[in-house]
Design a protein around this ligand. Structure first.
Ligand code: SIN
Length: 483
């Protein structure tokens, strides 16, 4: 076939997982990285806290145990061991490649603490700009072709072989072919009313997988970050990193009371599912706001250690650390995703891989331990690369028609907004079966109307989250059901 759109590897997504795949493949590979908008429109870019990593060999078992404890019984222990053992090597490799992490005056890497970690083991960069700095570094390393403003509309699959992807690029449809396709497109943030995710993250690839008969697993396991400033315009809400609490910030009610101890002895350092629920319930019971109290921080220290939060909140009229910041939990991270093995391969499909938030290896179980996500992205992207490099692809491009149904229709925007509210109310922090059943009926009615493909994919992913929650017999980790 004479076609210029043929690659060795196509990567969907330019976050830590996608870029690390592209950057660590051997240089003789022809690689295409597909970005929905710009390369920085990904969840990695907005990550604040850092990368959790065993401090040394002796910390591996403890990191494994903390991850399993947070995961509430749903973690795959083998996957967790891979995360922590490979993690130490993989992060050392990233540091050796030149990625800058914050250090003390003597040049030693600084480690901070976040909730449910039994010791300080979170490395960070640019203070609270870890995601942005890591992304900048990975972009500086990148030599692959980047295709901007391109949304994947389909995976080109026949006879259980993935041959490539179809893309909507600047008003034009194109097919791109490859020996291996790596999905690294992130989670589902935009299907929730309040979230911390990049606006490009909306669960379409998960919807495509459902339509292709590929398994999504643990989709009921959606994580809500406890400390988010939600009173701003714009879809993405301002995250207030868990490292703030790790370094001493308090969560207080309107009279300054630290009420979290009524829920768990660990107070501000309880696992995030617990803190999110406590805030949600407290607000419901007493009304009014709950705040993050930062007044214990020295101003100059705060500005240097948490510059993103300092300046973003300054723009919103807050003088930190003196002012208390009203907070709410918001959707943050999908533990559920495309089922993969520990080499990031999608089962029952040749040439298809998934890595990072979009994938599900059960490494996070029912509740992800803070800052394990960037680590997951690094570790499993490297494993995907190793697997791709060892594969002997018998590559026979099968050409697919370049045609597609209507991607967007006139009433889609309204339904999209209704869906966000529905998902927040029924598949959010505290869920009831009655509301979930009602949402399912509503989603099915939307699916029966004349809608575009992008909305249909979003609806199918949402439907899967709702159905998986209904199937969940009792509350577990982040999936809390009251009846
Ligand atoms: C944070 O900085 O609190 C987020 C870290 C994470 O999502 O793991």
């Amino acid at each position: 076939m004479k076609n210029k759109n043929i690659y060795d590897v196509i990567v969907i997504g330019s976050g830590i997982s996608g870029l690390n795949v592209a950057n660590t493949l051997s240089k003789d590979k022809k690689v295409l990285v597909i970005c929905k908008e710009n390369s920085w429109d990904c969840n990695t870019f907005y990550a604040q806290g850092g990368i959790a990593v065993p401090v040394d060999e002796s910390d591996i078992e403890s990191h494994i145990q903390d991850t399993i404890n947070a995961g509430a019984g749903l973690c795959d222990k083998k996957a967790v061991r891979v995360l922590c053992e490979d993690g130490l090597r993989t992060v050392r490799d990233l540091i050796d490649r030149g990625c800058p992490f914050d250090r003390d005056e003597s040049g030693q890497i600084l480690y901070t603490k976040e909730a449910a970690h039994s010791r300080n083991r979170i490395i960070h960069s640019g203070g609270d700009a870890t995601g942005r700095e890591v992304h900048k570094f990975l972009m500086s390393e990148n030599t692959s072709q980047l295709l901007y403003n391109s949304t994947v509309t389909d995976l080109l699959i026949e006879d259980d072989i993935c041959h490539g992807v179809r893309v909507w690029h600047n008003g034009e449809l194109r097919n791109y072919y490859a020996k291996a396709v790596v999905i690294a497109s992130g989670g589902v943030g935009s299907i929730y009313e309040y979230h911390t995710n990049s606006k490009t993250i909306s669960g379409e690839l998960q919807g495509i997988c459902l339509e292709k008969g590929l398994e999504l697993r643990d989709m009921q396991m959606m994580q809500f970050h406890p400390t988010v400033f939600i009173h701003s315009l714009g879809a993405r809400k301002q995250l207030l990193t868990e490292a703030l609490r790790g370094e001493g910030a308090h969560i207080v009610g309107k009279d300054g009371e630290r009420f979290l101890f009524n829920y768990d002895d660990r107070g501000e350092l309880s696992p995030r599912s617990l803190v999110s629920r406590a805030i949600f319930e407290y607000k419901k019971k007493y009304g009014g706001e709950v705040y993050l109290d930062l007044s214990m921080f020295d101003k100059e220290f705060f500005k240097k250690r948490f510059p993103t939060i300092y300046f973003n909140l300054k723009d919103l009229g807050y003088n930190l650390p003196e002012d208390r910041v009203p907070i709410s939990p918001a959707f943050h991270y999908a533990m559920g995703g495309i089922k993969t093995d520990l080499d990031a391969k999608v089962p029952k499909m040749k040439n298809l891989y998934a890595v990072g938030e979009v994938a599900n290896t059960r490494v996070h179980g029912a509740n992800r331990l803070a800052s394990n996500s960037l680590l997951e992205g690094l570790v499993f992207s490297k494993r995907a690369v190793k697997s791709i490099e060892s594969e002997k692809f018998d590559f026979l491009v099968k050409e697919f028609d370049v045609k597609e149904e209507s991607l967007v229709k006139s009433g889609d925007k309204e339904i999209k907004n209704e869906l966000r509210t529905l998902m927040w109310d029924s598949a959010g922090i505290i869920r009831s079966r009655k509301k979930l059943e009602d949402t399912l009926i509503k989603i099915d009615s939307y699916l029966d109307t004349d809608i575009g493909k992008f909305l249909r994919l979003r609806l199918k992913t949402s439907r899967n989250i709702v159905k998986s929650t209904i199937f969940q017999k009792e509350s577990l980790g982040a999936c809390y059901i009251i009846d």
